[in-house]
Design a binder for this molecule. Structure first.
Ligand SMILES: Nc1ncnc2c1ncn2[C@@H]1O[C@H](COP(=O)(O)OP(=O)(O)O)[C@@H](O)[C@H]1O
Ligand SMILES: [Mg+2]
Length: 268
């Protein structure tokens, strides 16, 4: 699906050069859920831009879906992006004057899909992310988590080979971030290939493989033995919140567990 061989990326600024990526060799198969992690300035966004065909390698090759894309020109890359890639950004990048539905229709408009099919597919994508009842809202009428769901629907609507998400939970509170990671886990379970860039260990715990970068190099590439399931984490957060609301304390033997808050308790 994705194959990078000996990739190097150099930014030239006047007389100075910044070597943002070096010796990058990477293979990602269809259906993987991967995190790219590293500190600020390590080259994550540069790598993401290359994977997303938003920028080009200085040296080396990039193969996407069996096609060499590293030698394509800007026009070809725009086509590859539109047909094969879905993007999710930290700050959502939605068009503020347009409804959720119109935002999600945008990639299909560029792809030349007819009005009726556009609408049907955008509606289906919004339903998929749990926003069937918010289609006619504008971004400023939605919460941060809902905005990010719209942008995930927009990323899905073209049925891309790969979804690339750059710090998708960076602008969200931890609970909402958990919900968004849960959505990526669901999409992955349905067969999607998802690559998430993050610097947060909590976020990376949710994926099946973590590729770490530092100073422009891959320093480790490891499977995650048992990824955190967002659905479980959300249940824990909810129980904790209910426990706090009900005045439970750590001293109470019933403070943890499904019956702690009374709700959902069954007589036995
Ligand atoms: N457009 C650019 N021009 C020049 N240098 C850049 C550019 N983009 C990034 N860099 C440099 O490349 C390195 C990697 O940056 P980046 O990929 O944004 O890292 P990260 O996303 O991990 O924070 C940094 O040293 C950064 O300053
Ligand atoms: Mg970055």
């Amino acid at each position: 699906m994705i194959k990078l061989v000996n990739v190097r990326k150099v930014y030239r600024m006047g007389q100075t050069e910044v070597e943002a990526l070096k010796d990058i060799n990477m293979h990602i198969a269809a259906g993987e859920l991967v995190a790219i992690m590293g500190p600020s300035g390590s080259g994550k966004s540069t790598l993401m831009n290359i994977l997303g065909c938003l920028d080009r390698v200085t040296e080396g090759t990039y193969e996407l879906d069996g096609r060499l894309v590293s030698d394509r020109d800007e026009r070809d890359l725009a086509k590859v992006r539109n047909r094969h890639l879905g993007f999710v950004f930290q700050t959502f990048n939605l068009l503020p004057r347009m409804t959720a539905l119109r935002n999600v229709e945008q990639p299909l408009l560029y792809a030349g899909v007819s009005g009726r099919e556009r609408r049907q597919r955008a509606e289906a994508a919004l339903q998929r992310v749990g926003l069937g009842d918010r289609m006619h809202h504008r971004p400023n009428e939605l919460s941060g988590g809902q905005r990010q769901r719209v942008s995930i629907a927009r990323a899905l609507v073209n049925r891309p080979s790969i979804i690339l998400a750059d710090e998708p939970t960076g602008a969200l509170d931890s609970r909402t971030g958990e919900e968004i990671m849960g959505l990526f886990q669901e999409l992955h379970a349905d067969g999607a290939t998802v690559i998430v860039v993050t610097h947060e260990p909590d976020v990376a715990e949710h994926v099946n493989r973590i590729i770490r970068v530092r100073d422009g190099r891959i320093v480790s590439d490891q499977p995650v033995a048992s990824p955190v399931r967002a659905a479980d984490r959300l249940r824990e957060l909810m129980q904790h919140a209910e426990g706090v609301a009900a005045g439970e304390s750590a001293a109470s033997p019933n403070a943890v567990g499904p019956t702690a808050a009374g709700e959902g308790a069954t007589a036995s």
